[in-house]
Design a protein around this ligand. Sequence first.
Ligand code: ADP
Ligand code: MG
Length: 294
Amino acid sequence: ATPTALMVGTGRGAQLGILIKGPEVLESTRQVDTVVLDKTGTLTAGQMQLVEVRPAAGTARDDVLRLAGALEDASEHPIARAITAGARSELGILPAVEQFSNSQGLGVSGVVEGHAVAAGRVSWTAEQWAQHLDPELHAALEHAESAGRTVVAVGWDRAVRGLLVVSDTLKPTSRQAVAELKALGLRPVLLTGDNRRAARTIGAEVGIDEIVAEVMPKDKVRVVRELQDSGRVVAMVGDGVNDAAALAQADLGIAMGTGTDVAIEASDLTLVRGDLRAAVDAVRLSRKTLTTIK
Ligand code: ADP
Ligand code: MG
């Protein structure tokens, strides 16, 4: 491609709401055959809501909500924001948290009202106390996850005391964008730290059946590398701090303009409006720009 044609392509990208880091980016865009999509904030709106509080037998519902809400007030995670907002709107002022600690991609812990409290992935929380969920909580967990929701286990004093269910919504354009990516011959892969069942449900809703779930933040980059090692040319679309390394590793990193600065800096393309359909436009643009000038 001539430099002039690439410059024109870059300008056209800006009109479509696509910021392109350099003219050569269009070359890599054209070669991509696989698109790895982060779930939260990329396919979904990333604005989670607390939709259900499930105390374990013998535990008061308000205790679960209050201790978890207080603990999560110290975390920036979208799940944490949903839990604290839900707790505060029901209970008002929440108690303070001491000795707060964040286990990236797993959950949080700290001391609230003298109790050692933890909230996070069910496996991680239950493991700390070598405990299984009682059958009723287990049924609620499976039901919520099958509906595409994220379940957080809450425990204190060495026992799981309840579950909190948070729900996100798909962006209205995700399904169409995935269909168009597939029509262009690209293979979509859903990549998330969230649980397998929820990931599969969200995948079915947008039309993705290749799913890699329950991935630790530091392992997202490894998933991209393994796809590359198997011969695929990979675009990665993400928005979060924990996507940055994978975005940099991908043959083409695509950030949501609505996401974090770290993700944008690690990427080659930014979709200004956070609409995945702009990624489709980028692929079309790269193919057009690079064929008209042959
Ligand atoms: P995602 O890929 O959806 O951004 P993360 O890697 O940040 O997810 O987190 C993976 C999982 O770890 C979440 O689905 C949740 O179960 C748990 N988790 C992480 N941080 C928190 C938190 N502050 N509170 C509760 N659970 C958390
Ligand atoms: Mg995300």
